[in-house]
Ligand binder design. Structure first.
Ligand SMILES: NC(=O)c1ccc[n+]([C@@H]2O[C@H](COP(=O)([O-])OP(=O)(O)OC[C@H]3O[C@@H](n4cnc5c(N)ncnc54)[C@H](OP(=O)(O)O)[C@@H]3O)[C@@H](O)[C@H]2O)c1
Length: 205
């Protein structure tokens, strides 16, 4: 599968590396595709990976991951051109803003990227876990929500490709729950002293 990764930060690097190792073709969409750090990322991600501008990356891919700081996400999405019919994975977290059920980041992304099949995922755990989802007891869960069932199935498969178990969290209107779960992870990891080697899993009796 051709996957465009918009943003070559912590999340873009981790997911790009993991998906390339699982056999996907990664097209990094970067403001600076010729930057030595981006070139090195491409070189270490595998023979089929490449880097280009964000709109070129989005155009060439069936699946687009948005992994940008929240404050620039609207602006970046608007540079991508039409995402109509493409699966758009929203991994952002609206850090530093108030999240309400009526106004989740994912629902805003859904409005900004008209016609895209938006799925919220890869926001509820740290980037280190995205490359190492296996813990002693079991794999971490990736919590996924969205309104397009077929798109959600594709994202479910992409999470499993990395080694996650998955939990279908229903429609996109549940995205604020995932975004608040991410805030809890950030608090636990960085404010309450647990560090980034923690993650969430849903237990079933
Ligand atoms: N860090 C985590 O563990 C984690 C986990 C889950 C979700 N998230 C969420 O995922 C998103 C990305 O997080 P991250 O930690 O990967 O962020 P990051 O390390 O800061 O990387 C974000 C990337 O976005 C791109 N970008 C495009 N326009 C930008 C601008 N105007 N200013 C700055 N960067 C810009 C940059 O890539 P180019 O320079 O290549 O354009 C940058 O490397 C955030 O919304 C975050 O809340 C983070």
């Amino acid at each position: 599968m051709n996957i465009a990764i918009i943003g070559t930060g912590n999340v873009g690097r981790a997911l790009g590396t993991g998906w390339a190792a699982a056999g996907h073709t990664i097209i990094f969409g970067s403001r600076s595709p010729d930057d030595p750090a981006v070139k090195e990322l491409v070189a270490t991600t595998g023979a089929t990976s490449r880097a280009t501008t964000p709109p070129n990356a989005a155009r060439e891919a069936e699946v687009v991951l948005i992994a940008t700081p929240w404050r620039v996400t609207e602006q970046v999405l608007k540079t991508l051109g039409s995402l109509h019919g493409k699966i758009l994975i929203d991994a952002t977290n609206p850090v530093g803003t108030t999240v309400t059920t009526a106004d989740s980041a994912a629902e805003l992304v859904n409005r900004w990227a008209e016609g895209a099949r938006v799925v919220k995922a890869f926001n509820t755990t740290g980037s280190k876990n995205m490359l190492e989802p296996n813990y002693r007891e079991r794999a971490l869960d990736m919590f996924i929500c969205g309104d397009d069932e077929a798109a959600k199935q594709v994202v479910d498969g992409l999470a499993k490709d990395l080694g996650f178990s998955t939990v279908d969290c229903g429609p996109l209107s549940n995205a604020s729950l995932l975004e608040n779960l991410a805030m809890l992870w950030i608090q636990l990891a960085y404010s309450l002293g647990n560090g980034p080697d923690i993650g969430f899993a849903l237990l079933r009796r």
